[in-house]
Design a protein around this ligand. Structure first.
Ligand code: CO8
Length: 258
């Protein structure tokens, strides 16, 4: 597996774990972290033996945001011409299900990275926020859009305008995270969830992900039409035959991901 400077990539059967690893900067997302995370997840996404990808950080910080020291001297032309942060959009294009396991700070770009993932699991120490306004900027990796879709206008405005943090309990109540667990259980829980997802048929999991994702992009009628067409197409897979046969025969399904 490729050697990276700012992330670690491990495999556990059909699950890949990408760990942000810049402890000296609380995993601040600099150019190298972005390039390495995008390169690693793109490679994992192409590998059919990977059924789910967990993205995590340290106990203290999932990621404390974009790297402020790297950003501070940039001019408008620097960030415009480089289309600064656009590469993170690649993560939203991954077809393999992704799970963010968040402990400690998930601020600014850290919160945005977690929100790009399909399932967001938090430890009871997690703190989410979009504090960019305190730096004289606004969210730049989708925070104003994804947070609003996840938690609604009231909390999104509150967080983006005051820059305050939301703790794990508030994040769960608001619907930003699907589960909160004790800090020492976080990675095991995320891997367990990832193993459950990875045990399903990969093409069917991709379709489920695509269908849910569509809800954020389209009208209800079009979304339902899209879902129905995908549902029909599941009947073209071996795994639909296997999944239903296994139910009828009262045995566990063995999916071949075809
Ligand atoms: N960038 C760079 N370095 C950071 C960052 C960061 N986001 N966060 C922490 N660090 C560094 C600190 O500078 C410090 O380094 P050093 O030891 O060399 O001084 C080290 O990490 C440890 O941090 P602290 O000493 O501050 O640790 P504390 O436990 O005291 O505080 C906090 C932790 C509260 C998380 C604090 O570090 C903090 O407030 N960090 C910044 C959080 C933030 O504002 N994040 C948002 C950044 S902006 C963004 O993500 C999107 C911008 C979109 C712009 C779009 C432009 C195109």
């Amino acid at each position: 597996m490729t050697d990276y400077q700012t992330i670690k990539v491990e495999r556990r059967d059909r699950v890949a774990i990408v760990t942000l690893n810049r402890p000296e900067a609380l995993n601040a997302l600099n150019l190298t972290v972005m390039q390495e995370t995008v390169a690693a997840t793109t490679e994992l996404d192409r590998d059919p033996s990977v059924g789910a990808i967990v993205i995590t950080g340290s106990a203290k910080a999932f990621a404390a945001g974009a790297d402020i020291k790297e950003m501070a001297p940039k001019s408008y032309m620097d960030v415009y011409l480089d289309d600064w942060f656009a590469a993170w959009d690649r993560l939203a294009q991954l077809r393999t299900p992704t799970i963010a396991a968040v402990s400690g700070y998930a601020l600014g770009g850290g919160c945005e990275l977690a929100m790009i993932c399909d399932i967001l699991i938090a430890s009871d120490t997690a703190k989410f926020g979009q504090p960019e306004i305190k730096l004289g900027v606004i969210p730049g990796i989708g925070g104003s859009q994804r947070l609003t879709r996840a938690v609604g206008k009231a909390k999104a405005m509150d967080l983006c305008l005051t820059g305050r943090n939301m703790d794990a309990a508030e994040a769960e109540r608001a619907g930003l995270v699907s589960r909160v667990v004790a800090a020492d259980q976080l990675l095991d829980t995320a891997i367990e969830v990832a193993q459950t997802v990875a045990g399903m048929s990969l093409p069917i999991a991709m379709m489920a992900k695509e269908a849910v994702g569509r809800a954020f992009e389209t009208t209800l009628a079009e979304g339902i039409r899209f879902e129905r067409r995908l549902f029909h197409s599941t009947f073209a897979t071996d795994d639909q035959k296997e999944g239903m046969a296994a139910f009828v025969e009262k045995r566990p399904a063995t999916f071949t991901h075809r």
